[in-house]
Design a protein. Structure first.
Lengths: 250, 257
């Protein structure tokens, strides 16, 4: 029961690596009516609120910026990399989106990515789209962002050590928590008993979360060194206060 | 297969003539969504319901004249990935024990859940593939607008669908460049380079977003998505939506008779 829900995109020949994928995109038919309904309601509320917030913040730049950023997450999710422990996986990107774009724009972008994956590529079901957005967008990105903020503030907001700690903790936990949520939802739906789903999902995603944390950390480190002004919460350093105009700076 | 020429082409059958193609995108979305939700949200073990839906879907597939080989290839690939998780549904504590080995045991209940989930996943995949293979992305987006999905969300979806292949190509180019310089040496190094590629891709993405925004402004964009292109509703639209509604109701109500 490796790789619980893998990504069909890889098998369609879009990527030349071997199709070992993480992924927690639940397919259609695995969740019951109450579970689907509740997660749909939560996701729709999230999307509507996020649309309002993002429109207020980015004004008429919303469409092009959110569009390309969603395409960026989509492209980043297709890149395969080795995970410590001998397997390989790809980025989920929830925490990456949260750290780069903030909680509202980040979760909106993730929701858009899941909608496109479900509708156009059948990667994750349509009826369980609500659950997928809930697990990885709402909890992974929105929750992940605030976890990262808390850890970063505790260790040192303007130092790389604080940033690194926040990113690692949030990225790893977002993957593991999403895996736990998937297991619980499958159990509540009567599809897979909790004593089968939970150990398999958690065991596997504890390892996969390490890969997610490492890659997110390296990507954020690259941006921290080169264009710290692009981060949603840029460090308050002399070097960061540059005259370069930045779209994503608040 | 999909991304090699700058854009992807999912709607291989969108130019055909058939009763299904006479429906406007909004009605197609309504029909597909109705059937997919009814199929996937029916509780485990309602075999008769899925039999009715399967018959209806087969008829729809045949009259829509989709390329069956392409459909089957896509569905089988997508189903392969569903298949892995299906195993987990087999091991339930309830029900009559059919087979036991140590603590592993397969029960009648587990088998029923496995069969139900498999059927539901398969039927839903077929429904969605029918929609995507026969309807081009701009038509789908237009249908969503007509169905009162927030225009801002549709505009973001449209922008994303246009730039997916651009950004995938950009990330492939960066990985090709790294591979050509022999940078993917060992796991640690590979992770480092991959992470840097993703970071650098984000910087390029933001710059591209700025460029797109300026280009849109120069063409007179004022922050509002284009007005909805009015869809025409003909008799076949009403007939198809009504029929789909009746079939979904029949599938649920069959146990009353």
């Amino acid at each position: 029961m490796l790789n619980f829900f893998a990504t069909p995109l890889f098998a369609l020949g879009l990527y030349d690596g071997f199709p070992f994928v993480l992924g927690m995109h639940i397919p259609d038919g695995f969740l019951s009516l109450p579970v689907s309904l509740l997660t749909w309601v939560a996701s729709i509320v999230l999307i509507v609120l996020a649309l309002g917030q993002v429109k207020g913040e980015y004004q008429e730049r919303t469409v092009p910026l959110m569009g390309v950023c969603a395409a960026f997450i989509f492209a980043a999710q297709m890149i395969n990399f080795p995970i410590p422990g001998g397997t390989s996986g790809h980025l989920l990107g929830g925490t990456l989106a949260g750290v780069l774009l903030g909680p509202w724009a980040g979760s909106l972008v993730m929701a858009v990515v899941f909608i496109v994956q479900a509708v156009l590529f059948q990667d994750g079901g349509l009826t369980v789209l609500g659950a997928n957005i809930f697990n990885m967008g709402l909890v992974g990105t929105f929750g992940g962002y605030y976890l990262y903020r808390v850890v970063r503030s505790a260790v040192g907001f303007n130092r790389w050590r604080g940033m690194a700690a926040g990113v690692v903790v949030a990225a790893w936990s977002s993957v593991v928590v999403a895996a736990i949520l998937v297991a619980v939802q499958l159990a509540l739906s009567g599809t897979i008993p909790l004593n089968v789903a939970l150990p398999a999902m958690v065991f596997w995603h504890v390892v996969i979360g390490i890969g997610e944390a490492l890659i997110t950390l390296i990507a954020i480190h690259f941006i921290w060194r080169t264009r710290p002004d692009l981060l949603f919460d840029p460090p308050n350093r002399r070097s960061a206060v540059s005259a370069r105009s930045s779209v994503l700076q608040r | 297969m999909l991304f090699h020429i700058g854009t992807f082409h999912l709607d291989v059958d969108s130019q055909r003539q058939s009763p299904w193609h006479c429906l406007n995108p909004a009605s197609r979305i309504v029909c597909a969504v109705l059937l997919a939700f009814a199929t996937a949200l029916t509780p485990h073990g309602r075999w008769l319901t899925w039999a009715i839906y399967a018959v209806a879907l087969t008829i729809a597939l045949l009259i829509s004249r989709v390329t069956l080989t392409t459909l089957l290839r896509r569905v089988s690939v997508e189903f392969l990935f569903v298949g892995v998780v299906l195993l987990g549904t087999l091991f339930h504590p309830e029900g009559e024990v059919l087979w036991q080995w140590g603590w592993l045991r397969v029960t009648t209940h587990g088998l029923a859940v496995l069969g139900s989930v498999m059927l539901k996943a398969l039927l839903s995949l077929l429904v969605l593939n029918l929609l995507v293979m026969t309807t081009a992305i701009p038509a789908l987006l237009n249908g969503l607008l007509a169905l009162r999905v927030p225009p801002l969300l549709v505009a973001i979806l449209a922008a994303m669908s246009r730039y997916i292949s651009v950004l995938v190509e950009e990330s492939n180019a960066m990985r090709r460049a790294a591979a050509a310089r022999n940078l993917f040496m060992g796991d640690r190094q590979t992770r480092l380079v991959t992470g840097n590629i993703i970071g650098s891709l984000f910087i390029r993405t933001v710059d591209r977003g700025e460029r797109i925004h300026r280009a849109m402004l120069s063409r007179g964009y004022a922050g509002l998505p284009r007005p909805v292109e009015q869809l025409t509703y003909r008799r076949c639209d009403f007939v198809a939506v009504t029929l789909t509604g009746l079939v979904t109701l029949l599938g649920q109500a069959i146990y009353l008779f």
